[in-house]
Design a protein around this ligand. Structure first.
Ligand code: SAH
Length: 356
């Protein structure tokens, strides 16, 4: 039994079953035993891999989209270049490398990384040894200033609550325990104002998930963008107006039982982009339509970039480059599963690749 499992069972014995959100928060970010607090989970030897770890093209293209957006907004001479949940720092390092040739961009940008994990902060430092970086514990710590921001596979790590429709009410998925093991159960059903709008498109037994932190985080981003200028690009696996159970655990690239080894597996849920866009628009900012990752990368010129890089490669390196291109863009891989939404001060100021 893991130490965290002990802690959770003790807590549940004392105060009753906990929500999935509480369970996810403890498993991912417990200060001593949390998944992200205790390891670097990325890459072939880790539990999962991400677009920037697959190919430099992902960060290069997003970086140039952000830089074009900065130029479109008059190239302000001081701004925050921020990333939420930067992992190993690969995406930000690729963004910085790709934008070196954009005149004035590097002189004007102050890099801020929002990262909870001390281990990953060290990896980020190592990925960008010569760069001045400010780390923030949370998004509210970002300065009030023009903000260009990127977040890849950040929102999927935020804790979710999950509800099953029963008549006009909703029963919440809870983590309790049975025979000394953690077990999922359902609370009694009751009406829920946060889900009133889902009564129209669901029927008995349907599952709906809410991510309580997504709207407040988006509010922080979009308020800065609406007030001071900037843009955000949010990429994740997910959908619009999501339906169904998407809570999952990954260990060594395999799906595992999310309750089996708390703190040892990556826990995620698909991102619902609809409440993110709504939260952005509520601040007075504009949100783009949701676009599939493959489609976005195609619009940003991944084909041309891939061909340029291929000119310098042969043998195994060329094969793996072609394979990486397919993984990022193919409809059977990340191309359609992953989606993106952008936020800007107004619809005509959305970064390249995005439609209002
Ligand atoms: N964006 C990276 C890594 C994605 S993994 C990539 O694409 O490769 C999720 C990242 O979010 C990790 O860096 C993790 O430590 C961080 N993270 C998860 N929950 C967080 C939270 N609540 N606050 C800050 N960072 C968090």
């Amino acid at each position: 039994m893991t130490a965290l499992k002990d802690i959770l069972i003790r807590r549940i014995r004392q105060t009753g079953p906990i929500t999935l959100a509480d369970y996810m928060a403890e498993c991912l970010l417990h200060p001593e035993h949390g998944y992200y607090t205790t390891r670097d989970p990325l890459g072939a030897t880790g539990d999962f891999t991400t677009a920037p770890e697959i190919s430099q093209m992902f960060g290069e293209l997003l970086g140039l989209a952000l830089a074009q957006s900065w130029l479109d907004q008059g190239a302000p001479d001081s701004f925050i270049l921020a990333e939420l949940g930067p992992g190993r720092g690969t995406l930000m390092a690729d963004i910085l490398r790709a934008t070196r040739a954009v005149k004035g961009f590097h002189e004007a940008c102050n890099v801020h990384l929002v990262e909870a994990s001390p281990i990953l902060r060290n990896a980020q430092r190592a990925a960008m040894p010569d760069r001045e970086i400010t780390w923030c514990d949370q998004i509210t710590d970002l300065p009030d200033a023009p903000l260009w921001l990127v977040a890849n596979e950040f929102f999927d790590a935020l804790p979710i609550r999950q509800f099953t429709r029963k008549g006009g009410g909703w029963a919440e998925t809870q983590v309790g325990f049975k025979d000394d093991a953690l077990a999922l159960g359902l609370s009694a059903a009751s009406p829920l104002s946060d889900l009133r709008h889902r009564l129209a498109d669901t029927t008995d037994g349907n599952i709906v998930e809410l991510c309580p932190a997504a709207a407040p985080i988006t509010d922080e981003i979009a308020t800065r963008i609406a007030t001071h200028g900037g843009a955000a690009i949010i990429v994740d696996y997910g959908d619009w107006h999501s339906l169904g159970d998407t809570f999952q655990a990954l260990e060594a690239h395999e799906m595992v039982d999310p309750l089996a080894r708390p703190g040892q597996a990556d826990l995620t849920a698909h991102v619902d982009f609809e409440p993110i866009a709504i939260a952005a628009i509520r601040t007075g900012a504009a949100a783009s339509k949701m676009i599939e990752q493959g489609h976005l990368l195609a619009r940003l010129g991944i084909q041309q970039r891939a061909e340029r890089l291929a000119e310098r490669l042969d043998g195994k390196a060329l094969e793996s480059h072609i394979r990486a291109f397919e993984r990022l863009t193919s409809p059977t891989e990340m191309g359609t599963l992953f989606k993106a939404v952008a936020i800007a001060p107004a619809p005509h100021l959305l970064p390249p690749g995005f439609d209002a």
